[in-house]
Every structure is written in structure tokens, then in C-alpha cells.
Write a protein that binds this ligand. Structure first.
Ligand SMILES: C[S@@+](CC[C@H](N)C(=O)[O-])C[C@H]1O[C@@H](n2cnc3c(N)ncnc32)[C@H](O)[C@@H]1O
Length: 293
């Protein structure tokens, strides 16, 4: 990784590298735990149907892409998952940077990772190649902008009848600090995570189904997925790391606002301890839609 980011007084590198990569991997398992699947069951059924309807003797593979794949963990987990047992799939991971990819020598033989910018038109060779395009957690890339350029990129990649699955955090609607007792409050944790809600206009996330329909997709639906309460503390700890990371670099620099934000974080950790028992309930949203046949 080229930008080591700021350091703390011990010289430990914070922000965008070691801690952020580890947090992405942990986040993968938290999302999977809340969602209960990697690939939406409707999409699993569609892939099975496609494979069964192949002409006898055909060796045609199904193609699944993961955009902004980061460490590639969603793909690596899917390859081994019972969700895709018996399906002949070639997996493709794309990201603007190779920084978090494992070395090619360590990849499963049916996984290829390459660089690609999803804000630009994909190369002609990738048009109409994929049965499924998945993406997760690209909100910090879109911020308050429109997701339409990314939706157009996805549409170009999909075969007719192919599915998009977009797993996203919605800080406006599904991001709440909870305490176990009505008489206890967690003002520092609430203020810490309110800052994430205030960083951008996140309303495009709840509107994803209607935006997909506007862009010519069909049967677009979105569901939030409820995490188990025993995971609230783990979500809080994970997103306190995220808050620290964002406080250092959201504006491209560590400013006074970032410093004030960071002062809340140790107190928020204390509120997560059992005396208060505060936790963060994140309900990951899953949006799926189909490109017309
Ligand atoms: C928060 S990470 C999510 C990684 C992965 N989807 C996951 O859920 O673990 C965002 C990823 O988006 C990638 N990214 C940022 N801008 C991009 C772009 N224009 N095109 C493709 N990938 C991009 C980053 O390199 C990073 O790996």
C-alpha cells in the first residue's frame, strides 16, 4: 500500500492500511452472519436453473463478478460455500487497486483478480459476460453522489437476465445505538456514530431499488437483515475502529473536527462495557435486481 497514513505517538500506522484491511475481513463475517447467505437465494436458484438448462454436453461456465472486491474474501468464501455446490462457476474479482489482493499464486484455480475502475465503462471484452455481479460496501466511494455511473457499469457487465446483488450499509436508516435498559444511555457512542450518519447524504442507499428500475433493471427489491443481539457489541467495537479511521482521513487530512471526534471514542468503548452494555445494531441491506432478458 502506497499511503501509510498518519501515525500515533508510538509510530503505529493507523488508518488505511493494516487496521483497515483486517477490519474488512472481520466485516465480511459480520455481514454474512447477519445476512445468513453470501449469494441471495433467488440468485442461487437462478444459477441452478441456468446450469440445468445447458445443452447436454455443454461445458459453459457460469460467471460471477465481485466489484470493489478489496481483500477478495466474499469470493473466496463463496467458492467454498454449500450455496454453490455442484455449480460450475468462474469467479472474477475486480478492484481499482491490487493492494489488498493475495498473491496470484495463492488463489483458488477458479478465481481471477484484476484491476478495474467501476466509475468508468468496462472494457468491451467484459460486456455481457456475467451471470451475477456482486458488490459490497462502496458507500465511501459514492458519498453523496449518484450511484448511477456504477449501476450503468454493472448493467454493461451483465448478461441479459443476469442479477446484481448490492450489499450496503445504510447509516441513515439501519445504524442504531441501543442499550439494554431504558434508563441507561450511551451519549458518547451515540455522538460517535452520529458523525458517520452526518458525513454524507446517504439517502441514495434506501433509493437503490427505484434507481435500478430507472436504469432499466427489473424486480428490484431491498431488505435489511437483522443481526443477532449478541453481535451488537462486536458491531460497536468494529465500527469504533472505522470511526477512528474516518476521523483521520475522511476530509483527506486529520483536522480539528477529526480530533474532537476521536476524543469521543475511548468513552464510547467504556459505554460498550457491561456497566452500560451499549451496542450498535447494523442491519446490512441487500438489494437485488435483474437485467431484462
Ligand atoms: C470498503 S472496501 C470494500 C471491499 C469489499 N467489497 C468488502 O466488502 O470487503 C472498498 C473497496 O473499493 C475499492 N474501490 C475504490 N474505488 C474504486 C473504483 N473506482 N473502482 C473499483 N474499486 C474501487 C477500494 O480499493 C476498496 O478495496
Amino acid at each position: 500500500m502506497t499511503d501509510p497514513g498518519p501515525t500515533n505517538s508510538d509510530g503505529y500506522r493507523l488508518g488505511r492500511d493494516y487496521a483497515a484491511a483486517s477490519r474488512l475481513n472481520l466485516q465480511h463475517f459480520m455481514y454474512k452472519d447477519a445476512q445468513g447467505f453470501l449469494l441471495h437465494p433467488v440468485i442461487q436458484t437462478n444459477l441452478r436453473h441456468k446450469q440445468e438448462s445447458r445443452e447436454t454436453g455443454s461445458k459453459d461456465l457460469l460467471h460471477v463478478a465481485d466489484l470493489a472486491t478489496g481483500t477478495g474474501l466474499w469470493l473466496f468464501d463463496l467458492v467454498k460455500s454449500p450455496e454453490v455446490n455442484g455449480l460450475d462457476i468462474q469467479y472474477h474479482g475486480f478492484d481499482i487497486s491490487r493492494a489488498l489482493f493475495p498473491h496470484d499464486a495463492w488463489l483458488p484455480k477458479n478465481v481471477v483478480l484484476s484491476t478495474s475502475n467501476m466509475l468508468e465503462e468496462p472494457p468491451q471484452s467484459l460486456h455481457g459476460q456475467f451471470d451475477v455481479v456482486h458488490l459490497r460496501l462502496v458507500l465511501s466511494l459514492i458519498r453523496s453522489d449518484s450511484p448511477k455511473p456504477i449501476i450503468q457499469h454493472i448493467k454493461m457487465l451483465l448478461k441479459p437476465g443476469g442479477y446484481v446483488q448490492w450489499d450496503e450499509l445504510d447509516p441513515f436508516n439501519h445504524y442504531d445505538v441501543l442499550t439494554p435498559n431504558l434508563d441507561s444511555t450511551a451519549p458518547n457512542m451515540t455522538a460517535t456514530f452520529q458523525k458517520i450518519k452526518d458525513l454524507a447524504d446517504w439517502s441514495w442507499i434506501a433509493r437503490l431499488p427505484e434507481t435500478l428500475l430507472e436504469e432499466g433493471f427489473q424486480t428490484a427489491v431491498q431488505y435489511p437483515h437483522e443481526p443477532a443481539p449478541e453481535m451488537f457489541k462486536a458491531w460497536a467495537h468494529m465500527d469504533l475502529c472505522l470511526a477512528e479511521e474516518l476521523s483521520l482521513n475522511w476530509n483527506g487530512r486529520d483536522d480539528e473536527d477529526g480530533k474532537a471526534w476521536r476524543q469521543l471514542i475511548p468513552k464510547a468503548y467504556e459505554e460498550a462495557d457491561n456497566a452500560t452494555g451499549a451496542g450498535l445494531r447494523i442491519r446490512p441491506t441487500v438489494t437485488i435486481a435483474r437485467k431484462p432478458l
